[in-house]
Design a protein around this ligand. Structure first.
Ligand code: GDP
Length: 200
């Protein structure tokens, strides 16, 4: 998919502030620092569409971007800041869960995980929750440039092996590096296919 336009639309404190759900929507989420902003900028070919390295404690908002005037890319606040208070965690959960449960136009959630790490409890639990809510998702492995090809393959295989313990069917997976500009096009093609199914 060629990105012809990518515009910031609105930052919303909750699902009621989001734009009308009149286009297919794709949300990106993951632990803070996983490389979410970098991936969004890589995919959209914009240097600063998503702001990189946000600081802990800063206001957490749902950020909508309109792509090619036909679908929404949503940048959701990351989870897992070590320093975050219980109040912040509860606020994050309330906002994210209600957005994910209520957003009718949500076509797929991309859950970003750092390809260097073994499966983390916080990510696995979040995906379990998506499963119980029947929310479609894919896994995006980030920062692949930091590992060799063999290591990436074995990390991804381990991830799938662990997920197979609880999942009958595995979600689609993507291996990406924003630094090397790898993997963004595959995600965009995947989105294009879903958009074609939805719009008909
Ligand atoms: P976010 O908090 O999830 O939005 O993460 P950022 O996109 O701000 O990235 C966090 C850190 O990881 C920054 O220092 C980025 O430069 C770095 N980073 C992000 N993506 C990549 C990547 O593909 N390769 C490498 N080597 N570093 C990356």
């Amino acid at each position: 998919m060629q990105i012809k336009s990518a515009e910031f639309v609105i930052s919303s404190p909750d699902v009621s502030g989001c734009p009308p759900p009149d286009r297919p929507e794709y949300a990106f989420i993951g632990r803070s620092n996983v490389g979410k902003s970098s991936l969004i900028n890589h995919m959209t070919n914009r240097k600063k569409l998503a702001k990189t390295s946000s600081t802990p404690g800063k206001t957490q908002l749902i950020n909508h971007f309109l792509i090619n005037e036909s679908w929404y890319l949503v940048d959701l606040p990351g989870y897992g800041w070590a320093q975050t208070s219980k109040t912040n965690k509860a606020a994050w959960k309330k906002m994210i869960h209600s957005y994910l449960e209520q957003r009718q136009s949500l076509a797929c959630v991309f859950v970003l995980v750092d390809s260097r790490h073994e499966p983390q409890k916080i990510d696995l639990e979040f995906m379990e929750w998506l499963g119980t809510e029947a929310i479609p998702f894919s896994i995006v492995f980030t920062k692949a440039d930091k590992l060799g090809k063999t290591q990436i393959q074995s990390n991804v295989a381990l991830y799938k092996k662990i997920m197979k313990k609880t999942w009958e069917e595995l979600p689609p997976t993507f291996i990406t590096s924003s630094a090397d500009r790898v993997g963004g096009e595959e995600i965009l093609e995947f989105i294009e296919r879903i958009n074609a199914e939805i719009v008909g």
